[in-house]
Design a protein around this ligand. Structure first.
Ligand code: PXL
Length: 278
């Protein structure tokens, strides 16, 4: 069985980060080990959430793993709390990466043109440094703009996307997949670039009339799980995008739910497994 180590927070309520990565990766038949970076009462879109930073646990935990001889097929980082924590994660990459595994970084820190609460440009600089160490990165357009210094716009032309893709790839990761890319009004998808082969890849589908918290985490979890299973990155990205859309479609069927609780990914798991068998 393939094994992924996922490094991100536990938000106790409001599906995102580990409460998405664990069930989704497990459902795909891939083992999910965790390194929790913080415990929050809810994700940060609920006002007044509590947060206990767990940075001081990273070194003792990873030292124990190293002494025990544990290995992982992939290391997947998501929401991280501080610049100092990112430096611990760089050390984790140095300690656990090998010829046969890969590092996947979702620089989860911003959306819709703005940084999430609590982050600043110093943090962005550290996250760009972490992306430079990765084999695969999956920033959304806001995150890509912040890390490259490209001004964020509400609409990016095809040429703008090409340029942003090149600049983001220049951060240093092997494969860069931009999410939330709209090639035309009413559609959304991804734009990817593989530095080794020079291949560019685009995929889009109809844009559903809603945006929920945690969809980036769904995309990343499916992408890293399928990559660990040996899918080509383009196929991984297409399945991740389709699964995320299916989750949004199912969530829209229940408008009475508080949208901050997150997307209905649970009822989309059969769809994911069916697609993986196809
Ligand atoms: O989905 C990204 C994410 C993860 N974890 C926490 C968050 C967010 C986005 O705001 O607040 C705690």
């Amino acid at each position: 069985m393939k094994r992924i180590l996922t490094v991100q927070d536990i938000s106790c309520v409001g599906k995102c980060s580990l409460t998405i990565a664990l069930p989704v990766i497990s459902a795909m038949g891939v083992e999910a080990s965790v390194l929790p970076t913080a415990v929050l009462s809810t994700h940060t879109m609920f006002p007044n959430c509590t947060c206990k930073d767990l940075s001081d646990q990273i070194q003792p935990i990873t030292r124990h793993w190293k002494q025990t001889g544990l290995e992982f097929d992939a290391i997947y980082t998501g929401y991280l709390r501080s610049a100092a924590q990112i430096d611990f994660i760089r050390q984790l990459f140095a300690d656990f990466r090998s010829e046969s595994n890969f590092v996947f970084v979702d620089p989860a820190m911003a959306d819709h043109g703005t940084l999430y609460q609590g982050f600043d440009m110093e943090f962005v600089g550290h996250m760009a440094g972490l992306c430079a160490q990765a084999d695969v990165i999956v920033p959304n357009l806001t995150e890509a703009c912040l890390m490259t210094g490209v001004p964020y716009q509400n609409h990016f032309s095809q040429e703008d996307i090409q340029e942003l893709l090149c600049k983001t790839a220049d951060l240093g990761a092997g494969i860069c997949i931009l999410t939330g890319v709209s090639p035309e009004e009413g559609r959304t998808g991804i734009a990817g670039y593989d530095r080794e082969s020079g291949e560019t890849f685009f995929y889009s589908r109809e844009k559903l009339p809603a945006s929920y918290h945690g969809t980036g985490d769904l995309f990343s979890s499916v992408c890293v799980g399928t990559l660990a299973k040996g899918y080509a990155w383009q196929d991984a990205a297409v399945l991740a995008a389709d699964f995320t859309a299916e989750c949004i479609r199912l969530t829209l069927q229940h408008p009475e739910e508080d949208p901050r609780r997150g997307v209905n990914f649970e009822e989309a798991i059969p769809y994911l497994l069916k697609r993986m068998k196809a």
